[in-house]
Write a protein that binds this ligand. Sequence first.
Ligand code: NAD
Length: 481
Amino acid sequence: MNTSHHWINGQKISEATSYFDSISPVTGDVLARVPVADKNLLEKAISGAQQAQTAWAALSPMERGRVLRKAADLLREHNQRLAELEVADTGKPIQEADCVDILSGADCLEYYGSIIAGDRGAQIDLGNNFAYTRREPLGVCLGIGAWNYPLQIACWKAAPCLAAGNALIFKPSEMTPLTAPELGPIFKEAGLPDGLFQVVHGDAEVGKALVEHNGICKVSLTGEVNTGKKVMAAAAGSLKKVTFELGGKSPLIIFDDADLNNAVSASMVANFYTQGEICSNGTRVFVQRDCYNAFLEQLTKRTEKLVIGDPMDPATQIGALISEDHLTSVANACEKGVTGGARLVTGGKRASDLKGAFFQPTIFADCEDGMWIMQNEIFGPVMCVTPFDTEDEVIARANDTPYGLAAGVFTRDLARGHRVVHALQAGTCWINNYNITPIEMPFGAYKQSGMGRENGWEALEAYTQVKSVYVELGDVESPYE
Ligand code: NAD
């Protein structure tokens, strides 16, 4: 059987006192046994990162950026191999993984490798004196990943973190541990000194031990809202900085003047890409009454044509859910949809002709805001469609949620598009598209869906602190004799 490894101080470490299995969501087979980090290994990872970080921070941003850009090129060279490994671990279709997951990680490395040399402090004129600010790294940061975009999440945290002069300890999700350690040799070949990017494996216990460790300065978590609350509480003990990318129940609003074809395309992408296992998905689809029936008709026809099956087949559009347990939770949510009175238009069951955790793309229509399926994140291919009449009504209904990750608006009236988006309580919004996440655009949440931002210039703020320096050019005015 394959044994996976931690990546510590530039080396693979497979030896451990305990291991867990990484299971294929497609076959149920064990893909690899994975070592669990114990206390000694965590100490080794953190002290190695601390030792490496000081010299890394002292390099010029240009020098650090060069390493990241080289890593981006190398990552692209490994795209196919890593995409296949990601498919094995997550069950997502190769037609997505080979053009999104790894390449989006490479884009992120290239972006921060490029912009970091342009980062500037301020010079503050104080008359006879002056002050200046410099943006300094935090030290050793911790990244904790979810299982839906494992390598992309590792890169989205590593790139701004390392560019800013920090070290990163990354703990992948125990559900998908295989690709993150593969980044280690890529960084090494690109010239990143050992110790600056460390990967340690384990579950919530290991994550908690890291969050509580005094050697960690900052935590960036991608995961569930409840995990965010626990991590925030644990980080409070030492007042660590936190960035959270958490769950959502985002609205996608379709006005009756929208291009119907585009609106249907976007709502399918917003619910069925990666089998619906995407945090920002537009799972509450509000459709204006005049185009409600036409929208549902086209949506249903196109959804029923989606190809479910072997994720390694390039024709497959819907792969396997992450696990049997998760499939059960998605199936239970659909049960709640039916018993709660929503109209099941298509799907709602496991794809029983296939072995593995495959679930049919599902559409519920005539949903009401109080229904369980309209209020809770399902994190599977389940779309809830509901009619609306007026702009004010739909804004109020869209905002009536503790979540605030993302939102979308479809309309040909651009003034209305901007007006509605400005009124929506969501950190990432799209007009006439959905789930497009270029690295240049900050990504993050309002309300309980998170705090801080990934990507864009804003992510650098999350991995740096501003030092103000006052410079006296004259004598000290002393109130004392
Ligand atoms: P999860 O919260 O169960 O686990 C996420 C990570 O946190 C894992 O690595 C886990 O081991 C670790 N963890 C769990 N409890 C911990 C604790 N007490 N202390 C420290 N670490 C702990 O989430 P998941 O099931 O892996 O991922 C699905 C969730 O992630 C969904 O809610 C989804 O919306 C969210 N997500 C959000 C984004 C975003 O950018 N907003 C992106 C992807 C996924």
